[in-house]
Design a protein around this ligand. Structure first.
Ligand code: NDP
Length: 452
């Protein structure tokens, strides 16, 4: 039998890679891991975590205003980006330290280096060292994809957003997905004048139409200048900022332009072609239901496989990989009925089928309630929320739940349990309302608003 340096070598120290390395090491395997950048990956260093901190920061503007409506004598001198930024990066340093400790406490040998494959069981580090492993796991994640247009280099991506020298006075956000819509809300809350260009008919394509419509309406009402059916043609440097020519004929100048136009797998320069690992059109590594690539000794998980690009999914894929390979218990990660939240303002929480997708599948009933929540209505705000259930007429199962409201992410996590268990509309109805809350609407909607 061949002798390898490691039982498992992981390339990539993000959420998926670190989880796989730790859990595999806990089975007694000898594990090595290479990470070229910072430990923690996109989620911890330049994604979910700093983004959510910025969302929190941006929401205080309304909180301060509402406090006055509730009788508090408060004044605000505005937002200090440098104070916040310093604290945010200290927090990211702390979290990165935790990730490093997780690895060292579990005897995972780490290499702060780029790594590439040179054979089915061989990895080459940047310093020329070659290491061998019985199994190799690629968990290199993804990176922002930006359109190739004239002057495109003047724009920033989500990677740079957390390192701005100062808060821009104006920003153009290009794109209509998760990242674009979240940052449009963040900058709007922090006091920047936000314009958003999205090339399609409505932002958040693929999600429930009524829900994304409400998110777009609310974002606009709160001050985001949203232009649908609009894209950037070219950009140039200008004394006052970045001059942008758009498909709607407008020429406008912005302090900053953010491209949030999707992400692509980090699969280049890994030697995949050399060792014969199959990739797809966007460079995603093709894997089977056990995350195994076309080369049997190599597995891949997370965004580099472009399945469902969410941190908790990468972690599930990591756990299933370790069960399969190190515990002799083949398990496929479950990609069905994944609850998710989009941290727009207002937030959206969603699981299962949109009304439109469900309607294509079978006859449905739609239960929906849109209203002004008590907390903000009292503060004289016009904010509206939406609670929506999409129900199968035949089985009565709740096929989808869509929530647009503050804390929608927290709510959808809980609703997700019921829906994953196959709850019917009548199961929801049997639950006594928690009063007064927004979520109580989910168990008190008696008559469908639409059917068919
Ligand atoms: P998305 O794929 O969600 O959105 C990309 C957006 O950019 C779409 O609106 C797309 O338009 C548009 N776009 C693509 N190419 C161009 C182009 N050439 N010119 C103009 N617009 C373009 O990607 P994101 O970057 O927002 O996020 C990447 C992934 O990261 C998400 O899919 C999600 O999995 C994950 N994520 C999850 C978060 C969460 O859970 N809260 C937060 C952030 C990211 P069109 O719709 O027409 O294709």
């Amino acid at each position: 039998m061949a002798n390898y340096d490691y039982d498992l070598f992981v390339i990539g120290g993000g959420s998926g890679g670190v989880r796989a390395a730790r859990v595999a090491a806990q089975t007694g395997a000898k594990v090595g891991l290479a990470e070229a950048d910072r430990y923690g990956g996109t989620c911890v260093i330049r994604g979910c975590v700093p983004k959510k901190l910025m969302v929190f920061a941006s929401e205080f503007r309304d909180t301060v205003e509402d406090a006055a409506q509730y009788g508090w004598r408060v004044t605000s001198d505005g937002f200090d980006w440098l104070v916040f930024k310093t604290k945010m990066h200290a927090e990211l340093d702390r979290l990165e330290g935790i990730y490093r400790n997780i690895l060292s406490n579990n005897d995972v040998e780490t290499f702060n280096s780029f790594a590439e494959l040179t054979g089915p069981n061989d990895v080459l580090l940047a310093d020329g060292r070659t290491l061998s492993a019985k199994t190799i796991l690629i968990a290199t994640g993804g990176r922002p994809a930006t359109p190739d247009i004239l002057g495109g280099g003047l724009a920033i991506s989500s990677n740079e957003i957390f390192h701005l020298e100062e808060m821009p006075k104006s920003i153009l956000v290009v794109g209509g997905g998760y990242i674009a819509s979240e940052f449009a809300g963040v900058f709007n809350g922090l006091g920047t004048k936000v314009t958003q260009y999205y090339r399609g008919a409505q932002i958040l394509r693929g999600f429930d139409d009524e829900s994304r419509g409400l998110v777009a309406d609310e974002m606009t009402r709160r001050g985001v200048d949203l232009h649908l059916g609009t894209n950037v043609l070219e950009m140039s440097e200008y004394a006052q900022g970045i001059r942008v020519m758009a498909t709607n004929g407008q020429e406008r100048t912005f302090d900053k332009v953010l491209f949030a136009t999707g992400r692509i797998p980090n699969s280049g320069n890994l030697g995949l072609e050399l060792v014969g690992i199959e990739t797809g059109r966007s460079g995603e590594i093709i894997v089977d239901q056990y995350s195994r690539t076309s080369l049997p000794s190599v597995y891949a998980i997370g965004d580099v496989t472009d399945r469902v690009n969410l941190t908790p999914v990468a972690i599930r894929e990591a756990m299933a990989f370790v069960e399969t390979v190190f515990n002799n218990n083949p398990i496929s990660p479950d990609h069905e009925l994944i609850p998710t939240a989009i941290f727009t303002q207002p937030e959206m929480g969603t699981i299962g089928l949109s009304e439109e997708h469900a309607r294509e599948q079978e006859p449905i009933e739609v239960y929906a309630s849109s209203f002004k929540p008590m907390q903000t209505a009292f503060a004289a705000r016009a904010d509206r929320v939406l609670m929506k259930l999409v129900v199968s007429q035949k089985t009565r199962r709740v096929l989808g739940c869509h929530i647009v409201s503050p804390a929608a992410g927290e709510m959808i996590q809980m609703v997700g349990i019921a829906i994953k268990m196959g709850a019917t509309k009548e199961d929801f109805d049997r639950v006594v309302a928690v009063h007064p809350t927004m979520a109580e609407e989910l168990v008190t909607m008696k008559t469908p608003v639409r059917a068919g």
